[in-house]
Design a binder for this molecule. Structure first.
Ligand code: HEC
Ligand code: HEC
Length: 169
């Protein structure tokens, strides 16, 4: 997260402060250098979610920390959180990414949710060059849910937050 340099803003005078805050803070993702030095050892860690395992931060964007600008071990290519219709972690969810909607075409990646409902991997994914269609099924029920259009990002929880989680009955 970019932190605006308030000292610079303040030297321009209190009258202008309110308007300048937006200007000073708008460099996010712009031409400024990354604020985090991510060590290569962190990227060398291989991780993949497994049935029954546990993890943390359910519902949050894993790539904030497990991504190029974070300092957590393992650089996730795909990660997110599956919940039930009651918005509880869904440990029975299986996520596939395929070249056509609803599991059609070629299945490129399959991930099992862990006990926290989280699914994640560091294995290679073709994003953002290729877009893929997510589908979620349950090993416990016959439920299916799929994204009707493809995503070019594996950071599922960027969009699947609040009232729009990756859910399944
Ligand atoms: C705020 C930063 C942050 C976020 C967001 C975050 N993590 Fe982490 N994660 C860490 C850090 C730091 C560690 C290493 C220390 C630890 O185990 O707590 C870690 C460790 C892990 C580990 C264990 C790695 C190992 O080597 O054993 C897994 C698995 C994991 N995170 C999964 C996730 C998933 C899945 C998400 C998203 C739902 C996520 N994390 C979101 C910071 C984060
Ligand atoms: C750029 C934003 C974005 C990203 C990234 C994204 N999705 Fe979606 N997804 C959506 C939107 C918008 C919908 C439609 C929501 C609706 O119908 O209400 C949707 C629908 C879905 C659905 C259909 C069921 C539902 O909950 O509405 C599933 C399943 C799904 N996405 C899974 C995933 C998975 C898994 C990932 C990560 C690989 C992912 N999505 C990444 C935006 C995104």
């Amino acid at each position: 997260m970019f932190v605006p340099d308030l000292r610079v803003c303040l030297t321009r005078g209190a009258m202008l402060f309110l308007t300048l805050v937006a200007g000073c803070g708008s460099d996010d993702g712009g031409d400024t250098a990354p604020t985090v030095q991510r060590s290569p050892e962190l990227d060398a860690v291989s991780l993949k979610s497994q049935r029954g395992g546990t993890s943390h931060e359910a519902g949050n964007n894993c790539m904030t920390c497990h991504g190029p600008n974070g300092t957590a071990p393992g650089r996730f290519t795909v990660a997110g959180t599956a919940v039930t219709s009651a918005r509880k972690p869904n440990p029975d969810a299986t996520i596939t990414l395929s070249t056509a909607p609803n599991g059609g075409g070629t299945v490129v990646l399959t991930l099992e949710a862990d006990a926290s409902g989280n699914f994640y991997t560091t294995q290679a994914a073709p994003f953002p060059d290729q877009s893929l269609y997510p589908r979620v099924t349950s090993r416990a029920t016959a439920s299916v849910n799929f994204m009707p259009f493809p995503t070019m990002s594996g950071a599922c929880n960027v969009c699947h937050v609040g009232s729009n989680p990756v859910d399944l009955d």
